[in-house]
Write a protein that binds this ligand. Sequence first.
Ligand code: ZN
Ligand code: ZN
Length: 367
Amino acid sequence: MELYVPDHYRVLGVPVTADASAIREAYRKLSRVYHPDRHGGSARATCCFQFISSAHTELSDPLRRLNYDRQLLLSDPLRMVDDPRAARALDVLELVVRRIRRQPEALPGAARGRDLRVRHTVPFRVAALGGTTMVAVSYDSVCGGCRGQGTTEPARNPVCHVCQGQGTVKHGLRRANDECAFCAGRGAVLLACCADCGGRGLARIDRQIGVAVPPRAHPGLVLRARGMGETPALGTQPGDLVVELDVAPHPVLEVQGDDLLACVPVTWLQAVAGGTLQVPTLEGTERLTLPTDMAGRRELRIAHRGLPRPDGSRGALRVRLSVDVPTALGADDVAAVAQMQQRWGDGAFAAVTDYARKLDACSDPPA
Ligand SMILES: [Zn+2]
Ligand SMILES: [Zn+2]
């Protein structure tokens, strides 16, 4: 159904044949009813008053009216035959009451509220071990103040004279039954609107919803919390909350299959003489003792500190060490290190010795 923007005669509630004084009189009367100053909170009053003002501007000037009449009759040749004001006042009243009562009910095909879709980032630890995360959502729900009707005083809202309280208007050659823009399809004009929702019938809800995250949740995982979505009208089933997960990166840890990997730098002295390290885990931090003779080993394992497996066991935490050499040494320090190196000889460096062997192999003449 499209929106019907009413013609100026229907807005002023006068026949197409009305003379200038009837138009002026209708404008005065309607201005008194719909002037926004008289209806502090009502956006609908402002909208209706704009309709009324532009109708008056257009029809009160004879030349503009003549042009307008031509356009109107071209677009709707049957316009003269229609007389919506023939409807009896009682029928109109009954229609309005029915519409206002019907408003909070579910529209056909909308028996269930929409799903709320949000992207949400969980901390690394929650994604790895599972847990509950609080998701901030914001959505429209039935206004509690007016139970979705947009007004708490239906009696104070006048019947829409444009559509005669029907909410729709037949017009044009195809006799389209389109929603009346003057009353927003309600049949009554919301002048006394609900203070809580400003006549929308809906209230903005901001809340935090706890969503269960399974262990080993990965970025892109979609979680669904049933019944936590929108409830657009009374009597409708709420939709679901659908959460697409992002996982915040950990400053040190990375996931590698069932294991976690931590890349940790150690000083060259620690690599030679051993020492202790602090390593982050999912549970906090762990103290790790470096063996005195690393003998070229570059990775240590801490069992049961990785990701949980379906059978209840857990992967390992692998600690990959990178040896950090000192920078910005003074001349004395460099001389001292050179002395040490001389004492050890190249044979003390397993990787360097291995490399020298490979280099020799490269220079052998091809067989
Ligand atoms: Zn309300
Ligand atoms: Zn209307």
